[in-house]
Design a protein around this ligand. Structure first.
Ligand code: ZN
Length: 264
């Protein structure tokens, strides 16, 4: 059976001298793998179409086991992502997170939508670090984590000061701060930003301009949730950490102290 599948390449693995096993996140069928024969050879018509982040329309011959990719046409190449090291780093992080968090062959059109919009935004030169944060918060429920962010996890209050509690996996109001010794106090702006990351659909968020410190702070919270609750540790994170420690390689980057905070 020959199927036409629209999908985005999450990763590839070399197989033998000339072949690649391609993992796609497809609109209709979720995560699938297919053998792309000859795709390692630069002259192969499958070589370009099986590059990571490529959004394509693929013809896959489905047998009993892994399907075989017959051909593909590019829908989007996301060229900017490949040309900018920071964009590449965050896009790699996003595809690795999605690859790790989802099960094979489970249709999840909302995640396809999230992935497509995230790559689009990075390709349109939106801040890749903010987009990756967005995807991280959005992917928590996919891994079975539903943080309580609309009210206090303990008393249900919606008014007051809030802090994040890893123990409760959500917000605690100032009346309940004492139930967790390790709370992280939040400013009203940080509370609002975390809610935005978690609840607002990616296509509705305008161009987010956030201070480096704000991103680092919120990244620490979501990273800790992943590490403590899901056991998902991503290889691409260490590369991003290296980039963060070497700002001299990114002359384009805005000066964090002068970047306006807006769009939330
Ligand atoms: Zn409370």
């Amino acid at each position: 059976m020959l199927n036409r599948i629209e999908g985005i390449v999450l990763k590839t693995q070399d197989y033998g001298e000339a072949n690649k096993i391609v993992t796609l996140f497809s609109q209709e069928g979720g995560k699938i793998t297919a053998m792309a024969r000859g795709a390692k050879k630069p002259a192969s018509r499958l070589a370009a179409i099986t590059q990571p982040f490529t959004h394509g329309s693929f013809l896959i011959q489905q047998g009993r086991g892994m399907g075989t990719m017959q051909q593909g046409e590019q829908v989007e190449s996301y060229r900017h992502i490949r040309q900018d090291i920071e964009a590449t780093a965050y896009a790699s992080f996003i595809v690795e997170l999605i690859d790790r968090a989802v099960d094979d062959r489970t249709p999840q059109p909302s995640i396809f939508n999230l992935l497509q919009h995230a790559l689009h935004a990075i390709s349109d030169e939106y801040d890749p670090e903010a987009i990756a944060l967005f995807v991280e918060w959005k992917m928590l429920p996919v891994t079975g984590i539903y943080p309580t962010l609309h009210q206090c996890t303990n008393c249900g209050a919606t008014e007051g000061e809030f802090a994040f509690s890893f123990q409760q996996i959500g917000f605690l109001c100032h009346r309940c701060f004492s139930i967790d010794r390790y709370i992280i106090r939040l400013t009203p702006a940080q509370v609002k930003l975390i809610r935005t990351f978690y609840t607002v659909p990616i296509e509705q968020v305008g161009k987010l301009t956030l201070k480096k410190e704000t991103k680092t702070f919120i990244k620490k919270i979501v990273r800790t949730i992943y590490e403590e609750q899901t056991g998902i540790r991503l290889k691409t994170r260490s590369f991003i950490d290296q980039l963060d420690r070497s700002p001299q390689y990114f002359p384009k980057k805005e000066n964090p102290s002068t970047a306006p905070e807006e769009g939330v």
